[in-house]
Design a protein around this ligand. Sequence first.
Ligand SMILES: [Zn+2]
Length: 261
Amino acid sequence: MPHLLILAMPVPPMALEVLGAIVEERVVDTPYGVVGPLARRSCSTCDADLWILPYFGSPTRTDPRATIWAAKDLGVQRVLAMESMVGLDHALTRGDIVLPTDYIDWTKHQPTTFFERIGAGYISQKPPFCPDISAAIRANLNVARPVVYLGDEGPRHETAAEARMFLKWGAQVRGLNLVPETYLAKELELCFAAVGIVTAHGADRERAHGKGAVRIATRQVLDALPHIFAHLSAPPTCGCNHLQDGARRRGVLSENWKDWQ
Ligand SMILES: [Zn+2]
């Protein structure tokens, strides 16, 4: 079963060779738009097939429903995102590696469900991110600091007043690409978690320095990815792939997930 790696930050293609050679490229047509091209890599050191999707800025950033639908259509169960994030917590600085363990949804114009027309989608957000993938990240990238993530919308940056407000709410980092993706993935019974690299400070702080620190952190995450995916070669134990069992039993959802909209 292949995995999907969402690259929500620029990574030089050469640096991805640690994940094996490209064996296929594909564009996936979904009811929410076209996704891709996605590159499939055969990673011998991870013993895994990986689809990789660039996911930052226009035009590669798609409707989040299209992204998750495409992952499901490709037979993916586990989605791991790698994103650059703004450090709201004053203890975070450029080059810090973080593991989102909870989130606040501050998006305003994003789709919130696949089930607008059928009244399904009441899914617990405890835990907010897949425990299996999060455990694999913790085991193979132990510098990753657990953080609360604030999902926001671009393209503008936050104001200083917003940065102070987000921090008071308990958010430690701000990003643009994990929400609503993480809860849309749950709706289609996919696993979703992320690793982040802090590349900037919140607007209430002095500008961050240390460009080399981001480069070093990116290398560190890329070097850990084969081990993280190797860790995920066993079948899921997290339960994400059974989140709609109740809805199926009640007849709210059919056996064919492509009818779930
Ligand atoms: Zn899971």
